[in-house]
Design a binder for this molecule. Structure first.
Ligand code: DQA
Length: 152
């Protein structure tokens, strides 16, 4: 009997996400970045997904990480932080991966400043979760799991 391979999901965090605990509690809940990644790992094991993490405050490093994903991941969950709203370089790099991706935001970007309503990656992604805090990552992983054909 063949056991199907578990799916590899790249979870990518962009600029300022590493400083999560210092950011406004009303938007980000006061959780630390380390605790966020622990929670994501827990969600992933519940969903039988393999996750690998990447975070950078450097746009070029984020772009180059996307370049290197070919053959390394089956799907992407990404929260590019403020880059979401304007980085066409990240958009182009995400597009060239050819991988299904879910855009995720801890805060409710649709209810904040006007400029946060813009996403330059949204139309490349197969789904989007925003405003659900840490739990939003459970949903994002569930959605990417469906997109790459694993689990329910
Ligand atoms: C964010 C929302 C962005 O507007 C912001 O710049 C962030 C975090 C979120 O997770 O809610 O850095 O992506």
């Amino acid at each position: 009997m063949n056991v199907p391979p578990r799916n590899r999901i790249e979870v990518m965090h962009g600029v300022n996400l590493d400083q999560l605990a210092r950011r406004p509690v009303e938007h980000y809940g006061g959780i630390s970045f380390a605790a966020l990644e622990r929670e994501i790992s827990r969600f992933a094991s519940e969903l039988d997904l393999i996750v690998r993490f990447f975070q950078s405050n450097y746009e070029g490093a984020f772009v180059e990480h996307l370049h290197g994903l070919e053959g390394m991941a089956d799907g992407i969950v990404l929260n590019p932080g403020a880059w979401t709203h304007y980085s066409l370089a990240i958009r182009d790099a995400l597009e060239l991966t050819g991988l299904p991706a879910i855009e995720v935001h801890l805060s409710d970007v649709g209810q904040r400043e006007e400029w946060r309503r813009v996403s330059v990656i949204g139309d490349l992604c197969v789904g989007r979760v925003a405003g659900k805090g840490v739990e939003g990552y459970r949903e994002a992983l569930r959605l990417i799991g469906q997109a790459v054909g694993s689990g329910s």
